[in-house]
Design a protein around this ligand. Structure first.
Ligand SMILES: *Cc1c(COP(=O)(O)O)cnc(C)c1O
Length: 322
């Protein structure tokens, strides 16, 4: 199947239309299906939106924010205008406490910190275009696209196979890429070419289209939000209601997608993971960069029965080791 052929083009157009419907993307935004993962866009964003030396502002709420900040430094004058690093990345900044510089060309934040389990319960206000890394929250709940100048999201959490990245960008932000920007990373050139400047990640795009159809059949992002909120609540209640486990994240900033938790007796961590795996519950180890502990990811694909199985295991394990 050629990506320039009728069959692929029809599939690509349907996938974009379905995504636009799901997220309510306004007509003056372009949707790009790009290769390279969200990490590539850490550099792609400043290359496209800022001239060398121009001011770009960042909010630092965790390890993904920090990576985006580091990657932007060679391309622009980066300033971190709000950070929760001093508190160990367990919260979001107070609403209203984020102030972008007047001369900044954008303000960047990470909607959900996948590793730390910290999710913004609000959209930051900014007098400059807002840029968001939405990799691990996109399509999990309604999202105000129009409040943002640019949204990007790697596919592998809620969209489809890794390697594909969505960029949703307001048209007036196109055409500012620095001349050194590779064509594949240049949003204006990709938009002009229907994201087919070169061979796109065709199979990932096709599967993403199937996921968008599935989401529409499930009732869209509002239905997913109801489900995801219930899934997360079940797990946080089990953790908070036990003196065996604890969640380090401030209640207002708790993620619906990634739930980090700690055993109060960390010497049992290895036993916990081994017993959990035997019960069919895998991938619960916390990220090494977040200092270990546990993390349960509850993306759209995780059914409520999965969460109920984990909650039952948490109770049983705590009782066994009481
Ligand atoms: C997973 C993730 C990334 C990195 O995605 P890659 O596809 O590995 O580049 C970036 N930001 C957030 C918030 C993520 O969850």
């Amino acid at each position: 199947v050629s990506h320039r052929g009728e069959a692929f083009r029809a599939m690509a157009a349907a996938a974009e239309a379905d995504l636009r419907q799901l997220l309510g993307v306004p007509p003056d935004y372009r949707v790009l299906f790009l290769p390279g993962g969200a990490t590539l866009q850490f550099a792609g964003v400043p290359m496209n939106l800022a001239a060398p030396g121009q001011a770009v502002d960042y909010v630092d709420t965790g390890l993904w924010s920090a990576k985006a900040i580091d990657a932007a430094r060679p391309y622009a004058d980066v300033k971190v205008v709000a950070s929760t690093a001093a508190g160990g990345y367990r919260d979001v900044p107070e609403k209203g406490a984020i102030r972008a510089r007047a001369e900044a060309v954008y303000l960047h934040y990470t909607a959900n910190e996948t590793i730390g389990g910290v999710e913004f319960p609000y959209v930051p206000e900014a007098s400059v275009p807002l840029v968001v890394d939405a990799s691990s929250t996109i399509l999990s709940r309604p999202f105000d696209v129009a409040a943002h100048g640019l949204i990007y999201a790697g596919a592998q959490k809620n969209i489809g196979p890794s390697g594909l990245t969505l960029v949703i960008v307001r048209e007036d932000l196109l055409g500012r890429a620095s001349p050194l920007t590779p064509a594949v990373l240049d949003y204006a050139r990709q938009a002009a070419d229907g994201s087919m400047l070169n061979t796109p990640p065709t199979f990932a795009w096709y599967l993403a289209g199937l996921v968008f159809r599935w989401l529409i059949d499930q009732g869209g992002v509002a239905a997913m939000a109801t489900r995801n909120e219930r899934k997360a609540r079940l797990l946080y209640e089990a953790i908070d209601g036990s003196d065996f486990y604890r969640c380090p994240v401030a209640p207002r900033a708790r993620s619906w997608m990634n739930v980090p938790f700690l055993l109060r007796r960390p010497e049992l961590d290895a036993t916990f993971l081994k017993d959990a795996a035997e019960a069919g519950l895998v991938n619960l180890a916390g990220h090494r960069l977040a200092g270990g502990g546990m993390r349960a990811s509850l993306y759209n694909a995780m059914p409520e029965e999965g969460v109920r199985a984990l909650v039952a295991f948490l109770h049983a394990f705590a009782q066994r080791h009481a």
